[in-house]
Every structure is written in C-alpha cells, then in structure tokens.
Design a binder for this molecule. Structure first.
Ligand code: ADP
Length: 308
C-alpha cells in the first residue's frame, strides 16, 4: 500500500508536476536549495532526516504535515535561524550558514505562527518601520516602504493603530507587512491560517495568492489545512516524522485515505466523500476531486452516465 510513498530525493517533483516542462533553460531559478541529512535538537530529538527540496522563483509551495512532523524546524533551517544541521542549504546559490544575517534578511523572512511572538512595537507603523529603519533606509524611504507594505496586506489606514487593539488576523497581516517592508521576496510562513476563523482563513490565503501572483513573492507555507491547500497551492511536500514522504501537485500527493492516515493527515472532506461513493457505493468516479468545483464536475459526469 505504501509502495509509492517513497523518500523523495530531488528532481522528481518537477517531472511530477509537469511544470517547467520546457526543459532546464526555461525553469525559474532556484532560490532555496535544501539538502538535509539530519537535524538533531540539543536534547537528542531527531527533528529532520534525509530530505531534498528546491524552492524556485515565483513558487507558492506548501509543507503539509501533522503536529510535530518538523515543519517549523524546516522553516527555521530555511531562514538561516538554525545552522546546526547536517547537509547544505543554499540561498541563491550561497551557503546560508556563511551569509551574514543582513544578507539573509534582505531576501527571506519567516512569519511565526503566533504573531505575538513577532510583534513588539506599540503601533503598527513603528512595528513595520523597524526592519527598514534598522537596514539603514532614510526616514522618507522607510515611510514609503511602510505605506506600500500596509497596502499590500490590505491594512492601509491602520498605521497609527495600537498593535494591542488589532484582531489576531490583522496581527498576522502586520507580521507579513513587516517582512515586505524590508524588501523580502521570499516569505516563509508557519501555519498562516492557524487561529483564524473560516473567512479569515480564506482572506489570508487570498492575500498570499495575491502577493505571489501580483507582487512576485515566492512563498513557502507550513500547514495542516488539507481542505484549503488544493485551492491555492502549486506544489506540496508532505512531511512525516522529519522526512519528506511525497511531493508534487495536490493531485499527486492526495491519494487514498489510508495513505494519508499513515502520515497522520486526512484527505480534503470533499475527496473523502467521493472516495467512499466510489469504493463503498461503487459509483463510477474516474478521478478523486479535491475541490468543490472539481467534485461538481465529476458528479455531473457520473449523473449523466447513469441517465444513458
Ligand atoms: P511541527 O512544526 O511540524 O509541529 P516541529 O518542527 O515544531 O514540528 O517539531 C519537530 C520535532 O522536534 C518534534 O518532535 C518536536 O517535539 C521537536 N522539537 C521542536 N522544538 C524543539 C526544541 N526546541 N528542542 C527539542 N525538540 C524540539
């Protein structure tokens, strides 16, 4: 059953997604190249084991895994916060361990799961301005950067507001603005939809999609929201016990319910429903839809077959 849940090493995902099929010359450049043999916390916990993944310019990638699977650890390694791993992590071809923090933070930033761990100033303006000020931009540029970062996260008009009075979702947006204001074009986000209500989850995913599509931000997000990812993400890696067990498009990685259960995840609800209609009720579905739109099309096909 688990035969095709293999340890994924490198180039396979590009082939699986069918993206970049024009060959190497046309493939977007690799921004982050991650080859990890292991990462062990000082207390002996083996948090990451053999894995390889490449994040290319302009991608919107999900790292999907249950609690404790290693998502946060992997993001921290990719942000240069944890250097004590065995392997190589390259940012634009350069060893991330050899780069000065300033060189890393000009390009890539991590949005923590809990915004209260990230925000510290008293007003929105001060918080978003902190990064660019520290990077040495003149005051006028800092104001411009704050203004456009707040606009990018749909929070224009909140500059003077106290951080303390923002909603949880607004705080998450301000964390993202803080990184955008520093000029990051690679965002790593740890569970960006966690703690948000259902509309807030959609708004956050739409915001990330807009940043990716319109502003060209490369995005890697850790998540366990299996219902949301098929709607938004190009590519997914499933992380289980510190290893990448599968990678590819949502269609590639969401397989049978038993295989998802093995990695402590489930299928999107809509896929679970169609899977049981096919296997328990023997309805002739050809493919496993992952979204309501796809399910509707497949159901209409099956309904029209039964009329014939
Ligand atoms: P996730 O983000 O997927 O929930 P984490 O990366 O936080 O997973 O954790 C991966 C593993 O590493 C877990 O077994 C967790 O208990 C362990 N871990 C996380 N942080 C530490 C730490 N500071 N010290 C020791 N073990 C840790």
């Amino acid at each position: 059953m688990l035969d095709h849940i293999h340890h994924y090493h490198g180039s396979g995902v590009e082939n699986m997604t069918g993206k970049n099929s024009g060959g190497k010359d046309t493939a977007p450049r690799t921004r982050l190249s991650v080859r990890i043999d292991s990462y062990v916390y000082p207390d002996g916990t083996n948090a990451l084991s053999a894995m390889a993944l490449d994040i290319r310019e302009g991608e919107f990638v999900g790292i999907l895994g249950s609690n404790g699977s290693g998502k946060t650890t992997l993001l921290k390694v990719m942000d240069g916060l944890m250097k004590d791993f065995k392997g190589d992590v390259l940012l634009d071809g350069m060893d991330i361990r050899k780069l000065a923090p300033k060189e890393i933070y000009r390009k890539v930033g991590l949005v923590f799961q809990n915004p209260d761990d990230q925000l510290f100033a008293s007003t929105v303006f001060e918080d978003v301005a902190f990064g660019p000020t520290n990077m040495g931009f003149p005051e006028k540029d800092v104001s411009e950067r704050v203004k456009s970062a707040l606009a990018a996260v749909d929070m224009s008009g909140y500059a003077k507001k106290s951080i303390h009075n923002l909603s949880f979702g607004q705080k998450k947006r301000i964390c993202i603005a803080g990184l955008l204001a520093m000029g990051h074009d690679i965002l790593l986000l740890d569970e960006p939809t966690a703690g948000l209500d259902p509309m807030g989850e959609y708004r956050m995913m739409h915001l990330l999609q807009k940043l990716n599509r319109e502003d060209g931000v490369t995005i890697v997000m850790a998540t366990h929201s299996v219902d949301l990812v098929p709607l938004f993400l190009h590519k997914l890696y499933i992380l289980s016990k510190g290893a990448i067990v599968r990678g590819g498009t949502p269609e590639d990685v969401f397989t049978a319910p038993e295989e998802m259960a093995n990695v402590k995840l489930r299928l999107p609800h809509i896929a679970e429903l169609i899977h049981s209609l096919k296997h328990k009720d023997k309805l002739p579905f050809d493919k496993l839809p992952l979204t309501i739109g796809e399910a509707r099309r497949e159901i209409l096909k099956v309904a029209s077959k039964s009329k014939d």
